[in-house]
Design a protein around this ligand. Structure first.
Ligand SMILES: NC(=O)C1=CN([C@@H]2O[C@H](COP(=O)(O)OP(=O)(O)OC[C@H]3O[C@@H](n4cnc5c(N)ncnc54)[C@H](OP(=O)(O)O)[C@@H]3O)[C@@H](O)[C@H]2O)C=CC1
Ligand SMILES: O=C1O[C@H](COP(=O)(O)O)[C@@H](O)[C@H](O)[C@H]1O
Length: 573
């Protein structure tokens, strides 16, 4: 039966500000829509209160400059004529080029964007609109299954893209941006989305400048900020970041993105759990022996060493992507599918988790390796990484949830760069069959004959369940076979990129797949002590060759809990 996609039925009002919390509730001042040079000057002269908040009630002496209704710069907007302006801050960067602009184009191509929208790139690099368009055009592709009118659609999309160069900590650039946005929004009810695709050390600068100068007045349309990870380095810095952001924004305006939550299989995890009766009774310590969350990449940190060395794999992947999956996997049934109900359950399960101990962690770092003619660099060969760096590019960890459902069940995580394959998956290993009638027919190792449910997040999305099966023939021999749901065989449509779903959700004000600040606090509480200890003691990572399966220490760690990693068979099944 064809699935009904509710988004096709969304009313344009889904993009409007229907709830006060959707609007920019913090008081702020707008840049004047006219005479921008004077405006920029005034922006800079704007008085600040002692705590850095934009001042309530501060106004320009020139009342005309101040009088900007939601649809300023044009005739009164007609009912329902909304427009969304999306500003990609850090538009010249890797993520913007690789993911954000392509995702925006994909949304446009499939008619998910509202009729009236404008896209702005903002960064320090000097670029004209045309140069931005050229840059973006290199990154755009059309879905293989929908190539019709592709270049026409690209041209239409690129015409809606503009660029504003400016500093991140200066209000001048954002004032100029505000002026241009206002021009494009003329006659419509505006809404603004800022995507902070920039290094974390400048998040607050941008939020301060943009919220003071380029966010919409309270009571107008909404102004939202998507903030990229990392959200701090530990509990303390994350708390500090949250406090700083909240000086300028309401929590409702902050969309902390974890793109793994936008992946199809991760979204499907709750569907699998809560809409299939067969799994419901099995989902606990009674039947599940261990759960494995595995992430591997077959490339190193090339080009991102400077960022990575300050964070390491635990912060880059485990504390966010894998922990979020774990929370969705292990949470209790939420009251409803509403964002706050789901996030409440996630927080509860995260708060039930034991703080990770150093003896439950193995860290590794890749070293150079030569295979045939080809040489692969060591992590420390990156010129932006210190030669004596002990930053882990691989980690394995055993985590526990101290609640009634999961008491004693090891949740094993493994994440690494420069490994032999690129993969992300969830493996659920079930207990042995008690008093198994067929124990003589399944081979010596009963643990090898237990059921395993695998959710392959990427690549080649799939769900499969390993079952024991009689090998056809006159004898009685069992082997392990898979009940398969391979997405490429079952579904013809190409799977949207995670960023498409998340951008759309942010525009719709749907927070379900974004991280709330208390979730973040709970997540950091689990990892901060171990990160501190690893760093204070400069624990030396186990070296593993580029392109290998990672440090053997990961196997010893799993063995401590009678676990065997499910991804070690040669075919990876
Ligand atoms: N790249 C990826 O695959 C992923 C990235 N992220 C996160 O997304 C954000 C953006 O990542 P990415 O695009 O890789 O970042 P980049 O390093 O490419 O930076 C983005 C832009 O920010 C500006 N910039 C870079 N360094 C500085 C600096 N020290 N001070 C001021 N401005 C600077 C540059 O623009 P200009 O000089 O023109 O101003 C640059 O083009 C980060 O928070 C990252 O952690 C998250 C997941 C994956
Ligand atoms: O957040 C991050 O994710 C990417 C992996 O994302 P994927 O969607 O390609 O699996 C990772 O390479 C990067 O280091 C990390 O910051």
């Amino acid at each position: 039966m064809a699935a009904v996609d509710l988004r096709f039925h969304l009313h344009p009002a889904a993009f409007s500000s229907v709830h006060p919390s959707n609007s920019s509730a913090k008081p702020h001042r707008h840049c004047p829509p006219q005479r921008i040079h004077a405006a920029a000057r005034r922006c800079l002269l704007r008085a600040k209160s002692s705590n850095g908040h934009p001042q309530i009630g501060a106004s320009f002496s020139d009342g005309a400059l101040d009088a900007k209704p939601s649809g300023a710069g044009g005739p009164a907007p007609e009912q329902g004529e909304h427009t969304v302006s999306i500003t990609v801050v850090g538009a010249s960067g890797d993520l913007a080029k690789k993911k954000i602009f392509p995702a925006l184009f994909a949304l446009f191509y499939e008619d998910w964007l509202p009729e009236h929208f404008t896209i702005f790139g903002y960064a320090r690099s000097k670029m004209s609109d045309e140069e931005l368009r050229n840059m973006i055009s290199m990154t755009l592709t059309c879905r293989i299954d929908q190539r019709a009118n592709c270049s026409e659609k690209m041209d239409q999309f690129l015409k809606r893209c503009f660029y504003q160069s400016g500093q991140y900590n200066s209000e001048e650039g954002f004032c100029e941006l505000d002026r241009k946005l206002t021009e494009k929004e003329a006659g419509k009810l505006p809404n603004r989305l800022f995507y902070l695709s920039i290094p974390p050390n400048i998040f607050v600068d941008v939020v301060r400048s943009a919220s003071r100068t380029a966010s919409l007045p309270s009571g107008g349309g909404w102004t939202r900020f998507i903030v990229e990870k990392p959200f701090g380095r530990d509990s303390e810095s994350s708390g500090e970041l949250t406090r700083s952001l909240k000086m300028y924004l309401e929590e409702e305006q902050i969309f902390r993105i974890d793109h793994y939550l936008g992946k199809e299989l991760v979204e499907n995890l709750s569907v699998l759990r809560f809409s299939n009766l067969v799994f419901q009774p099995l989902w606990s310590r009674d039947y599940i022996r261990n759960v494995q969350l595995i992430f591997s990449e077959d490339f190193g940190t090339e080009g991102r060493g400077g960022y990575f060395d300050n964070y390491g794999i635990i912060r880059d992947i485990m504390q966010n992507h894998l922990l979020q999956i774990l929370a969705l996997f292990a949470m209790e049934t939420p009251v409803s599918l509403a964002a706050e109900d789901i996030r409440n359950e996630k927080v509860k399960v995260l708060r039930s988790m034991r703080k990770l101990k150093v003896e439950d962690v193995v860290v590794g770092q890749y070293k150079g390796h030569t295979r045939g003619e080809k040489s692969f660099p060591a992590y420390v060969d990156d010129p932006t990484v210190p030669n004596d760096s002990v930053t882990p590019t691989f980690a394995a960890a055993a985590l526990f949830i101290d609640n009634a459902r999961w008491d004693g069940v090891p949740f094993l995580m493994k994440a690494g760069k420069a490994l032999h394959t690129r993969r992300a998956e969830i493996r659920v290993q079930f207990r042995r069959v008690p008093g198994n009638l067929y124990r003589g027919s399944v081979g010596a190792d009963l643990d090898m004959a237990t059921n395993e449910l695998v959710l392959r997040v990427q690549p080649d999305e799939a769900i499969y369940l390993k079952i024991n099966n009689k090998v056809p023939g006159l004898g009685m021999r069992l082997d392990s076979g898979n009940l398969n749901l391979f997405y490429s065989e079952r579904y013809q449509r190409e799977i949207p990129d995670a960023y498409e779903r998340l951008l759309l959700d942010a525009m719709e004000g749907e927070r379900r797949l974004f991280i709330r600040s208390d979730e973040l606090d709970a997540a950091w509480a689990i990892f901060t002590p171990v990160l501190r200890e690893l760093e204070d003691k400069r624990v030396a990572p186990e070296l593993y060759p580029y392109g290998s399966r990672g440090p053997v220490g990961a196997h010893y760690l799993a063995a401590n809990y009678n676990v065997r990693w499910g991804d070690i068979s040669s075919d990876g099944s």
